[in-house]
Design a protein. Structure first.
Lengths: 339, 202, 478
């Protein structure tokens, strides 16, 4: 029993070591988003609070925390409060299987990949329930759109991951990263043989997180703010946290699955910079996170039926074909995992 | 009592309570959510039994996809609770009687002890059963696996046959035709002689 | 990995699968008035599959995919007649579907998939295969019943069929899981071997009870017959013709595989259960049928009673009994296509010809069709010298041989009761005055030829039954 307790405490410490930095990262990410989009718009972005506006995000957090949560009339109160929790829980739980470096992972699951799929597919409950419990037509519309979108893109995402699984021969994320190791640096990573799928994975990830240009679930110009229109104060903050945590998660996942995780892009023979390190992983994830913002500043929003068409008629067929291609690569030995 | 056993009882209790909630709650959305919870805690129990793949597949397929669409449908339906209840109360005694008799018969016939004697099946896969499961599905159970795929195909065909309707008079946007528009068919440039107004009276 | 031998053994099924998928794709590119291409292609596919079944039949029973699939004489006979019945259904339904804007490519695809389900079901060598084959068959059937989307009756029938069918599948699965628990194997042969020495005989017996309930549901035997009349009446007649014919062969195949191949060691137990089902089906089917005004509903109750006769043969539990039951199943499938075929032939746009009163004075309008219908009715009633009479004699003999004389007496009494309502139809056709609009039969030549051949076969096979019976007996001899 004593050992059990100790183990539980140790695990709890590891969970905190992941989630606290994650929350801070979300705050800084929102600051960075406003700054980047500001620059792209030839504006200054936040620059008043703290040096270069760095404390802006914390000011926003405190503002939200001290605001009142207004529950709409005839709303389903328990579900109204449950919804943000259901949105944020999977966004955090998924981090349990992300390997940051060789052996640095909270839970080295053999079914890590499936676990991730399960967790990302559960986030939609928060959105649907928020939409339904708000007793608001805009919110319900947003929830409907989101549910259809997330369920559709999950298929493309899942099939894309099947390609990775075929090449790596494992569902364990650490094994997947190790399968991308080799002498040639970035040429060994899965993005090259799986190029179309890699693109689809990231685009589907953007859709899955309801971000621009696929943010019809919010669609502020048509359905004001979609599913979270009735949320205010800390309840809104939790939705915000979930969305950004999910974006960072997708960025890390794309790096782990297709860009070799912590592996160095340079050949192993190049000395120190050829060695794998968590820094590489963070740099890759940062690049993806930046692309999220870049998309938002660049692309106009898709129409709803266009989103559905892209998901069902373009992405899913391509990924299915590429599963076959990946199978052939594996079967004929064109790709050997983990040289 | 080990920690694992404790977990099992906790999950089993949650499963049972949630399952009860599914059939007793008045609000159908709440009932669906209870069903989700039932699935989720069942998956947790399977995890304890080291059936990792089944557990995660249950969450991915049922919790992540099937129940989302189900919730979708239930939210759209405006189900009136009271008329349903009436029938429920009326047939409840009969239902309970039948269920009680069945339960008693089954317990008497099989016997709880006999069930306990069934030895736990050997775990041919060791700790991780995914690789084993995949291999078995594609070798020993290849034929059933492929037939299951055929059944899904039939499901799709049936769904399309039953829902696809070609409506008359629906306007479609055809980008190709939009792009191929020739300006000459849309705008007619007409040359007209300038009209002379009446000369102002001098 | 599958070997070449596995693939060759499964060749008819593989061919059918590929052909259905091709047909599905071809149909998408056809206009509505070109659907005859799909139609004749589907008939051709069935014919080729039948040829593959017969020509590739191994001399000794062969298994493929590690015992999952069995290709023996029983499977061969059942497959040939299931394909034949499906083909007849396709030809008979075309004018009916065309008149009702139901002439969809999906009708053909779903019928062919259902036929594939039947073929897999009757060849099943494992509990999993039985379940999957059955689901392939029933899932296609649910969709077929609901195919007429604008009809409330049709949708209601589909929902009832689906809910009760799902319940039946649940029962069957529950029974299978118990049997697996008791024997530790899914393979039917191993189950039979293990059932004798099982450490949990009560568990096995309990599984058997659930299996019988599931089989009863799928057969539509009383007291699990509730869905059958509503589905027969509500479904488009073309679909009723299908679910009334070929799936009965599948039901026999399933019962044979489960009860004899799998649970043969528990013969004494299931014999009694089947006898009870048989008595109930005979009584309920024949008595309730008398009160029916709707022809399709009456034929549905007649199906229930015929399932009772079929159980007489099954309950015998010897090769002779099985071959009698199989003979009966084949006979019933052909009688069902003939009798429903007449309804299809008489129906036209806006008129279903499904009330018994609709047949008034048919003899004056269309003596040929009236004659065919009379043949079908006499055969269903079991009047000598028709096919139905001889099939009944065989199952009665099987029941007496099994020492169930009382059951045979009940069956004969039931047949006498049944005679009343079958003859009622004949009376209406020949002795009543026509009312309302005159009946006009379909003029489609292929329908006329196939329907006539089908009905006349009832007479021919009644006089010349030897080869068919010999084929059935040979199937069980090995």
């Amino acid at each position: 029993m004593h050992a059990d307790l100790l183990l539980a405490a140790w695990t709890l410490a590891k969970i905190l070591a992941i989630s606290v930095p994650l929350i801070i990262a979300v705050a800084m990410y929102s600051y960075w988003e406003r700054k980047v989009i500001g620059w792209m718009h030839v504006r200054m972005g936040p620059n008043k609070i703290g040096p270069w506006g760095l404390l802006q995000a914390f000011a926003d957090v405190f503002k939200l925390l001290f605001k009142e949560i207004v529950v709409p009339a005839n709303a389903d109160k328990p579900l109204f409060y449950l919804a943000p929790v259901l949105a944020v829980a999977p966004a955090f739980a998924a981090w349990a299987v992300i390997p940051f470096d060789q052996g640095v992972v909270l839970a080295n699951l053999n079914v890590g990949l499936l676990y991730l799929l399960a967790m990302t597919s559960m986030g939609v409950y928060g959105i649907i329930l928020a939409g339904w419990a708000s007793n608001s037509r805009y919110a319900l519309l947003g929830a409907m759109r989101s549910a259809a979108q997330v369920v559709s893109y999950e298929i493309a995402m899942g099939m894309a991951l099947v390609c990775v699984l075929v090449l790596a021969g494992s569902l364990n994320l650490t094994d997947i990263v190790n399968a991308q190791a080799g002498g040639k640096g970035l040429l060994d990573w899965f993005w090259l043989p799986l190029l179309p799928v890699f693109v689809i994975y990231f685009v589907a990830g953007v859709a899955e997180t309801n971000r621009a240009p696929f943010d019809v679930a919010e669609g502020e110009s048509e359905i004001v703010a979609g599913f979270h229109v009735e949320y205010s104060g800390s309840a809104f903050a939790v939705f915000f946290l979930a969305e950004y945590a999910n974006m960072i998660l997708i960025s890390f996942l794309a790096s782990v699955m297709f860009l070799g995780g912590w592996l160095s892009p340079f050949p192993a023979s190049w000395g120190l910079i050829g060695q794998g390190s968590w820094i590489w992983l963070f740099a890759k994830a940062f690049a993806f996170a930046f692309m999220y913002l870049w998309f938002r500043a660049t692309f106009p929003r898709y129409r709803y039926d266009q989103i559905m068409r892209l998901g069902w008629k373009v992405f899913i067929p391509i990924t299915i074909v590429w599963v076959l291609v990946a199978g052939c690569m594996k079967y004929f030995g064109w790709i050997t995992a983990g040289a | 009592m080990t920690f694992q056993l404790l977990c099992f009882y906790a999950f089993a209790a949650v499963t049972t309570l949630a399952a009860l909630g599914v059939i007793t709650l008045r609000n159908s959305v709440h009932a669906v959510l209870c069903l989700v919870l039932t699935f989720f805690s069942t998956a947790a129990i399977w995890l304890l039994a080291e059936a990792e793949f089944l557990a995660v597949a249950l969450v991915v397929v049922y919790v992540g996809a099937v129940m989302v669409l189900f919730l979708f449908v239930v939210m759209m339906l405006d189900i009136k609770q009271e008329p349903l209840r009436e029938g429920f109360i009326r047939y409840l005694p009969v239902g309970i009687a039948v269920a009680a008799v069945m339960l008693a018969e089954m317990l008497a016939l099989i016997g709880v002890r006999a069930m306990a004697q069934v030895p736990a099946p050997a775990n041919p896969a060791g700790d991780s059963n995914i690789a084993w499961l995949g291999e078995t599905l594609f070798t020993r159970f290849l034929l059933p696996f492929e037939i299951a795929a055929l059944i899904l195909t039939v499901g799709i065909i049936a769904a399309v046959a039953l829902t696809l309707r070609r409506r008359e008079g629906v306007r479609h946007q055809d980008p190709a035709r939009q792009v191929a528009v020739d300006p000459r068919t849309r705008v007619r440039v007409v040359k007209m002689a300038a009209e002379r107004g009446q000369e102002p009276a001098a | 990995m599958p070997t070449l031998n596995d693939i060759l053994t499964l060749l008819p099924e593989l061919y059918l699968t590929g052909a259905v998928c091709m047909l599905l794709l071809i149909d998408v590119f056809l206009q509505a008035d070109q659907r005859w291409v799909t139609h004749w292609l589907a008939v051709l596919v069935l014919a080729v599959t039948g040829w593959l079944v017969v020509s590739g039949q191994p001399t000794a029973p062969t298994t493929a995919f590690g015992g999952m699939f069995v290709r023996d004489g029983v499977a061969e006979v059942l497959k040939v007649f299931a394909l034949l019945a499906s083909g007849i259904v396709l030809v008979l339904s075309r004018p009916y579907l065309r008149d009702r804007e139901l002439h969809l490519g999906e009708f053909y695809t779903l019928i062919l998939f259902a036929t594939l389900g039947i073929m897999l079901l009757v060849s099943a060598g494992s509990l999993v295969m039985i379940y999957l084959g059955l689901e392939l068959l029933t899932l296609s059937s649910y969709a077929l019943v609901a195919l007429n989307r604008d009809s409330r009756l049709s949708s209601e029938a589909a929902i009832k069929y689906f809910v009760l069918g799902a319940l039946a599948s649940g029962m069957l699965l529950y029974g299978m899981s118990m049997i697996y628990g008791a024997t530790g194997t899914l393979d039917l042969g191993s189950i039979r071997a293990a059932s004798a020495t099982s450490a949990h005989p009560t568990l096995l017996l309990f599984g058997l009870v659930f299996l019988i309930v599931g089989i009863g549901f799928k057969f539509g035997a009383a007291p699990f017959h509730m869905w059958l009349p509503d589905v027969y009446q509500g479904a488009p007649t073309a679909v009723t013709t299908f679910i009334g014919s070929a799936p009965k062969l599948a039901a026999f195949g399933m019962a044979y595989r489960l009860l004899d191949s799998g649970m043969g060691g528990l013969l004494v137990h299931w014999q009694e259960m089947l006898a009870v089902l048989a008595v109930l089906s005979l009584a309920i089917g024949n008595i309730v049928a008398i009160a029916q005004k709707n022809l399709k509903r009456m034929l549905a109750y007649s199906t229930i009673s015929h399932m009772g006769y079929l159980f007489l043969g099954l309950a015998n539990g010897t090769p002779a009994g099985y071959s009698a039951a199989m003979f009966y199943a084949i006979c019933y499938a052909l009688m069902a296509t003939a009798s429903f075929g007449i309804i299809l032939a008489l129906a036209r746009t806006g008129f279903e010809a499904e009330e018994i009163a609709d047949l008034k004075g048919l003899n004056q309008r269309s003596p040929w069709f009236a004659g065919l219908m009379a043949l079908a009715m006499f055969s269903l009633a079991g009047v000598p010298p028709l096919f139905g009479f001889f099939a009944k004699v065989l199952v009665l003999k099987a029941a007496i041989d099994a020492g169930m004389l009382w059951l045979a007496i009940v069956a004969i009494l039931a047949a006498i009761v049944g005679l009343y309502y079958y003859l009622q139809v004949v009376k209406v056709m020949y002795f009543d005055k026509p009312e309302g609009e005159p009946l006009r039969a379909q003029v489609d030549p292929s329908l006329r030829v196939v329907l006539s051949a089908n009905a006349l076969a009832l007479l021919v096979l009644g006089l010349w039954w030897g080869p068919l019976l010999a084929w059935c007996q040979r199937a069980f001899a090995g």
